[in-house]
Design a protein around this ligand. Structure first.
Ligand SMILES: Nc1ncnc2c1ncn2[C@@H]1O[C@H](COP(=O)(O)OP(=O)(O)OP(=O)(O)O)[C@@H](O)[C@H]1O
Length: 246
């Protein structure tokens, strides 16, 4: 079942065109990776998907409803690239605050807080003020908050930046479990190619355009290369050639 449809979306800020005709979909139980270099437009795209900004043309639908739509937010867990946390509150108070926005009963709230805390291994840090957290700990808390209301869709902007390899692996195990056992849909941006390998579908983005998309294996087969970095380079080269022959 399709849960997200990004339909021919373009976005400009003033005269600067940031995204051009972006088109992709995500199904239930799928991890979709948006890969591209810094400045290629990934965060802008994520913000449009979240309804935090509107496309200049094209449209986005989530769960068959047009974005932006406040009612959808119950169904979406969002982790921004910069952490939006209350530094004067403890980790627990932050989680509790975000949980209360989703009108959870106390027992459910405590259960969810315990579950998301354990996923990001912050059990021993919950009583500390967030202002005293390291960068990695803040990222982990942000991920926990994205999961707090048990959303159907997770939108994660660079979720594992600043997180050490061991915890990164365990977070990935959990994301894959959420996908397989709970049929969650996860849309994430990443720079890291070994994370891209774990996605079901990739959209490679360069200068605001999707230069190629497909499963990691299908992309490697199509471009006859053995790693995704080479797919990106080849697809980028072809995009250049297409552009200059127009
Ligand atoms: N509100 C805005 N007004 C004007 N330009 C913007 C705005 N937001 C983003 N941009 C521009 O859009 C381009 C794409 O930025 P974006 O943050 O989407 O890239 P990115 O792929 O997420 O990069 P990174 O991985 O470094 O976060 C950049 O050139 C940026 O300066």
């Amino acid at each position: 079942m399709q849960v997200l449809r990004v339909n021919n979306v373009s976005k400009s800020y003033g005269k600067q065109q940031i995204l051009t005709n972006i088109h992709f979909t995500a199904d239930q139980g799928q991890i979709v990776g948006l890969i591209g270099p810094s400045g290629s437009g990934k965060t802008t795209l994520i913000k449009l998907i979240m309804g935090m900004d509107v496309p200049s043309s094209g449209a986005i639908e989530m769960l068959h409803q047009k974005v932006p739509n406040l009612r959808l937010l119950q169904q979406i867990g969002y982790m921004a690239q910069s952490d939006a946390l209350y530094e004067d509150l403890t980790g627990y108070e932050n989680l509790s605050f975000f949980a209360s926005m989703f009108l959870m009963k106390k027992a459910e709230r405590n259960e969810r807080i315990a579950y998301v805390t354990q996923i990001v291994q912050l059990e021993n840090e919950l009583k500390k003020k967030v202002g005293k957290y390291s960068g990695g700990m803040k990222r982990r808390l942000s991920l926990a908050i994205a999961l707090i209301q048990n959303p159907q869709i997770l939108i994660l902007d660079e979720p594992t930046v600043g997180i050490d390899p061991e915890l990164r692996r365990s977070i990935w195990q959990e994301l894959i479990r959420l996908k397989n056992e709970e049929q969650k849909t996860i849309v994430m941006t990443t720079h890291v190619m070994d994370e891209a390998e774990k996605c079901d579908v990739l959209a490679m983005i360069r200068e605001g355009r999707v230069i190629t998309k497909g499963s990691p294996q299908a992309l490697k087969d199509q471009y006859q290369v053995i790693n995704l970095e080479d797919v990106f380079l080849q697809a980028g080269g072809q995009a250049n050639a297409n552009h200059s022959s127009r």
